[in-house]
Design a protein around this ligand. Structure first.
Ligand code: GLN
Length: 375
């Protein structure tokens, strides 16, 4: 008997595979196609000849932990203890899995806000716990009344994703106030805040959970170097959590991974001396603006995009098909791959919306837009 009977191949893998088969431009799975910073490549080449190939301490390479504490202070003013409150993980995905495995018990409930990224539900099910999926409002703001009604003594965790994949929304000050007032009534609830796109925000910065005094002692906050430094294939990220939660998370991590691959940890640690994470938003804001400009004459209607490298578009003036069929036809007939938003919902709710990834070089965006404008 399967432990995950309803889990199939992820939509990101499916669409990328189809894009390759049909030689379509792949704006589906979220990964950059432009070169990695040459300075980072040079660091890796240099390190390959050095003594960096054996196990590192379980929680992470100590100089990297110190630098993560420094970025957190510089970006959010939060002071954290490198030895007790940080864990380097094999990508955000492993961080999320590990935190859920460590903190969720049989029959606990975990609230997930739909549309939601795909890696939250399976680890909850593997704990014999219950995911409770609550839809965001039509404008993708959280419906705090509905969320509060879904909370009970069984609720152990609420997962938020800010900036949000797939919609590009960021949470507002009033969202945090509403959230915190619910949490005050439920002292046992832990917050899992997936902030992998924290350094990809545009007109306004996102409000990090790190800056919310009332959340600090109950939150696990997830970051991803894969996103921040355009190296998604390196699978490296980190968690920040108060010591009482981190102690439990580390117990699982040491048997799941023990320590994350050494050369990437040392390379990122050295690279952090050369770059500031605050530079990243500008690169993606230019890409977002350019992609939106290129699609101005198309029949797609572009939704607002406040952060992430994803642009959601409505195709209602083009077709009535469901979004999965539309995406398949987009690949086969027009040579562009995108992600259907219905796959981010529990019941595959279809609003005729699709997601494009604009983390691509300009030539790719131009060719994709040319094809999309012809539809
Ligand atoms: N996070 C990427 C996206 O949203 C997908 C990564 C994956 O394929 N698991 O497109």
């Amino acid at each position: 008997m399967s432990k995950l009977p309803n889990v199939g191949t992820s939509i990101f893998t499916t669409m990328s595979k189809m894009a390759t088969e049909y030689k379509a431009i792949n704006l589906s799975q979220g990964f950059p196609n432009f070169p990695v910073d040459e300075r980072l490549i040079n660091i890796v080449a240099k390190l390959a000849k050095e003594n960096v190939h054996q196990y590192l301490p379980m929680a992470g390479y100590p100089p990297l932990l110190t630098k993560i504490a420094l970025i957190t202070k510089k970006s959010y003013g939060r002071i954290i203890h490198p030895e007790t409150e940080i864990l380097v993980t094999a990508g955000a995905t492993q961080g999320i899995f590990t935190a859920i495995q460590a903190l969720i018990d049989t029959n606990d409930e975990v609230i997930i806000l739909d549309p939601s990224y795909d890696c939250y539900e399976a680890p909850i099910l593997l704990c014999n716990a219950n995911p409770v999926r609550v839809s965001l409002n039509d404008d993708y703001t959280p419906d705090w009344e509905k969320i509060e009604k879904s909370c009970s003594s069984r609720t152990k965790m609420i997962i938020i994703n800010n900036p949000h994949n797939p919609t590009g929304k960021i949470l507002s000050e009033s969202d945090f106030e509403a959230f915190e007032s619910i949490l005050e009534k439920y002292p046992k609830i832990i917050v899992l805040s997936d902030e992998v796109y924290e350094y990809i925000t545009f007109e306004e910065k996102h409000i990090a959970a790190h800056t919310r005094e009332k959340l600090l002692n109950r939150s696990v906050i997830i970051s991803s170097f894969g996103k921040s430094f355009h190296v998604t294939g390196w699978k490296i990220g980190y968690l920040i959590a108060p010591e009482h939660l981190m102690k439990e998370i580390k117990k699982v991590h040491q048997f799941l991974v023990f320590s994350v691959n050494s050369i990437c940890q040392v390379a990122i640690s050295e690279y952090l001396e050369l770059v500031t994470v605050q530079e990243i938003s500008q690169l993606y804001m230019d890409k977002r603006n350019y992609f939106r400009h290129l699609l101005k004459e198309s029949r797609f209607e572009l939704l607002p995009c406040e952060g992430t490298y994803f642009q959601v578009a409505s195709y209602t003036s083009i077709s009535n098909e469901n979004d999965v069929d539309f995406c398949k036809r987009l690949i086969m007939e027009h040579g562009v791959a995108a992600i259907p938003i219905s796959t981010f919902y529990e019941n595959n709710k279809d609003h005729h919306l699709i997601r494009f990834c604009f983390a691509k070089d300009n030539a790719t965006l131009e060719e994709a837009a040319k094809r999309l404008c012809k539809i």
